[in-house]
Write a protein that binds this ligand. Sequence first.
Ligand code: NAD
Length: 412
Amino acid sequence: MTTESAFETARAQLRKAVDQLGLSENDWQTLSTPRRILEVAVPLRRDNDKVEMYKGFRVQYSTTRGPSKGGVRFHPQIDLEETIALAMLMTWKCALTNLPFGGAKGGIAVDAQTLSERENERLTRRYTSEILPIIGPERDIPAPDIGTDERNMAWMMDTYSVNAGFSVPGVVTGKPIVLGGSIGRNSATGDGVAISTREALRIRGIDPVGATVAIQGFGKVGYWAAVALEAMGMKVVAVSDVNGAVIGFKNVAELWSHFLEHKNLDAPGTDRITNSELLHLDVDVLIPAALSDAITGQTASKIKAKIVVEGANAPTTPEGDAILNQNGVLVVPDILANSGGVIVSYFEWVQDKQNYPWNAEEVKTNLNSILMKAFHEVEQMATNRKVTWREAAHMLGVARVAQAHKLRGLYP
Ligand code: NAD
C-alpha cells in the first residue's frame, strides 16, 4: 500500500475531471479540499497489561450531498494522506451512484492480525470514542474495510449507543443483521463486482458463461465476487491472499471451506503461483481485490486479461492505467466496480431510519438497478466524450458534487 501516490493520483484524477468538465478555479478549490480531518491517538491495553499507542484517523472529505460515508481500515501502513485519497474517492463514488452521501474514510495504523479478539474490541471502542463527536447517522456513517468486519461495526454501534443513552443502529453500516444490518451487505461489494464483470464482458462481446477470471485478494470483496461470478457461470481460475496465489481448485466453495479450516489456500489439487504470476495469467478478466497499487508501470504491460474490474480501491497507478489503455484493456474503475458495498450500505441506513427491514429480493433488485444505471451512464459518457471509463466515472461524480456546491451557494 502506498501513501503519497494514492493521494497524488486521486488529486490528479480530480484535476483532470475538473478540466474535462470545464469547471472553474473556484470549483477546483472547493472540490480539492477535504472538509474535516481528525487525527487521534488510540491507547490500547494489551492482554499482557502493556499499553501501546496507535494513530487513528477520520477524514470527512465532503458533506455537500449528505452525511459523509466511508469505511474504517485497520492496516499497519495507513496514514493521513492515503485516508484523504480514499475519502475523496468515496465522495465521487457516492455521487456517481447518486446516493445522498458525501465521502469519508478512517482507520487505525495497526495490524489487526496481531490483536486478540478482546484487544481488537478495546481498540475499536476507544477509536469510536475518540471520533464520537464527528460521527452519527446524520453526520458520518462508518462501515467495514480492510481489516475490519461486522464485529467491529457491532462494537462501534454499541459504543456510540451507550454514549447516546439509546440504540443508534444507523451510526454504522455493515452490522450484523440482528443489530439492524442489511440482508446482502456482506456480499454486496462482491455482487457489484460480478455485475460489473458481466456487463463489461457483454460490451467486449464475450459470453460470461465459461469466461475465465483471476482474483487478487480473497477477503470480503474477493471471496464474495468469486461466489457471484461462479453463480453467473464464469470460471474463477486463480485467487490469492497476502501469502500468494493458487490455481487448480475445483470450485470456490471447496477452496473457501478449506481456507476456513486450515487458514491457507492449499486445498487438495491446487498449485501455488506467485501473486505476480496471477496478475499475468491468460484470462478474460482480472480482478484486483486487495490493496492499492497492484497494477503499476512495471506489472501492467504483461497483463493479458482483456478486462480489468477494480474490486479494490485505487489498485492501478496512473502509469499502469496508461499502459492498460494503450493495450486496449477495458478498465472498469473502482468507484463504479466496487460501489455495490456503499449502495447496500445506503439501503441499510434507510432501513435503520425506517425501522423496517427489506427482504433479499428488494436488496438485490435495487442494487442491480442503481449499479446498472451508473454503469450505463459511464458507458455513455465514455463513448460520447471519447474518454476512458475511469475519466467518465470521475466526470460524472465530480460534476454532481460541483453542481451541489453551486446550488447550495457559499456561506456566508
Ligand atoms: P479484507 O481485509 O477482507 O481482504 C483483503 C484481502 O487481500 C485478503 O485476502 C488479504 O489476504 C489480501 N491481501 C492483502 N495483501 C495482499 C497482497 N499483497 N497480495 C495479494 N493479496 C493480498 O478487505 P476487503 O474488505 O476485501 O477490501 C479489499 C479492497 O476492496 C480494499 O481496497 C477495500 O478498500 C476495497 N473495498 C472494500 C469494500 C467492502 O465492502 N469491504 C467496499 C469497496 C471497496
